[in-house]
Design a protein around this ligand. Structure first.
Ligand code: FAD
Length: 317
């Protein structure tokens, strides 16, 4: 079922979350152990993130540098199909521009469609760790807008093969990312919102936000989106803080602010167990206010650990 249909059918705010494919060498049971504790809260769908390979250079004996791929994770297509079969729940694979040319993207979309996966979250993807700016693959896409164009094209039966031997279209529901605190590369919020509007005008049906810890940032963002003519559902993304070190790590990776009250409370904790408890209480407070605001669903970033998300869900769903 399409994500937008889940929103339309919902009588109250729904619980959803996203998982990271485990690192190479792990198996499906690692993933199920993470998902199992969250299934009793009846998520209508589960997002599966995609992570580009990272690489390092190693000097050979002849002095030349060899590029070695590291941190490869199993592919999102297979993981989504496994989850969908095992739990009978919809999955949303994250589809990124980085690391894929158009042909590889088309092949992934053909596989997803064949497997009955009707939803994709279309993203540009982040830069590779040792690069300072995003570099697209040769023959790949520079921005999420270009990737949306390809997915919409396939929905209309347009494949890269211009002989058009098979004009049966796909039928993907497209979600995109939005940034209540602005995307780090956008010159200002206005410019960022114009590109977000473009993504919607090109065929995206809903937005999922970057994590935020101050609901006012979300409320302001929704107001600005509506003023810009963006009228699709805007799903808030929440992350319960789980360690003291996240006070500095999360702002540096995601370019977001941690409110003073939350930062002070976490700072005062003696250990990570206490910090995680503060994180859970903060996320519950945020969630309650967002539910009152009437959001169709709350989307939790579990980042490979389900414990805190489960505690939040126990209090609310
Ligand atoms: P875009 O929409 O392409 O925007 C990138 C920047 O360019 C913005 O500053 C925007 O203002 C500007 N811009 C947009 N379109 C154009 C255009 N046509 N011309 C010029 N400028 C333009 N990353 C992963 O690698 N894997 C994941 O699974 C993943 N999941 C995510 C899930 C969510 C909900 C969110 C919020 C982020 C996720 N990310 C993920 C991170 C995301 O890939 C990065 O934030 C990335 O830097 C931007 O992606 P985007 O799709 O927002 O890019």
């Amino acid at each position: 079922m399409k994500i937008t249909e889940h929103f339309q059918n919902a009588e109250k705010t729904q619980f959803t979350f996203e998982i990271l494919p485990p690192l190479k060498g792990e198996n499906l049971h690692t993933l199920y152990n993470h998902i199992d504790p969250l299934m009793e809260f009846k998520p209508p769908f589960i997002d599966v993130t995609y992570h580009r390979e990272e690489y390092m250079y190693k000097q050979r004996e002849n002095g030349l540098l060899e590029k070695i791929s590291t941190r490869k994770r199993p592919g999102t297509v297979g993981i989504c199909a496994a989850i969908q079969n095992h739990y009978k729940v919809d999955t949303v694979p994250h589809l990124i521009c980085g690391g894929f040319n158009k042909e590889e993207t088309e092949n992934a979309l053909i596989d997803l469609h064949f497997l009955g996966i009707d939803n994709v979250l279309v993203l540009r993807g982040d830069c590779v760790k040792n690069e300072s700016r995003f570099v697209p693959e040769l023959g790949g896409h520079h921005y999420a807008t270009e990737l949306i164009e390809q997915v919409v094209g396939m929905n209309n039966g347009c494949y890269l093969d211009d002989e058009q031997l098979n004009t049966n279209g796909t039928d993907f529901c497209i979600g995109v990312a939005g940034y209540p605190e602005k995307h780090s590369e956008a010159p200002n919020m206005k410019a960022d919102l114009r590109w977000l509007k473009k993504k919607i005008d090109m065929g995206a049906s809903y937005v999922v936000t970057q994590m935020f810890f101050d609901n006012q940032k979300y409320f302001d963002f929704v107001r600005l989106c509506r003023q810009e003519g963006i009228h699709v559902p805007i799903i808030p993304g929440l992350k319960p803080l789980t360690t003291k070190s996240q006070l500095t790590i999360l702002p540096s990776i995601f370019h977001i602010d941690i409110p003073t009250d939350l930062a002070d409370a976490v700072e005062a904790c003696h250990d990570n167990k206490a910090a995680a408890q503060v994180g859970v209480e903060w996320a519950i407070k945020q969630s309650k206010e967002l539910m009152e605001f009437g959001v169709p669903c709350l989307h939790y970033y579990s980042m490979g650990k389900s414990g805190s998300v489960r505690k939040v869900a126990e209090a609310l769903f």
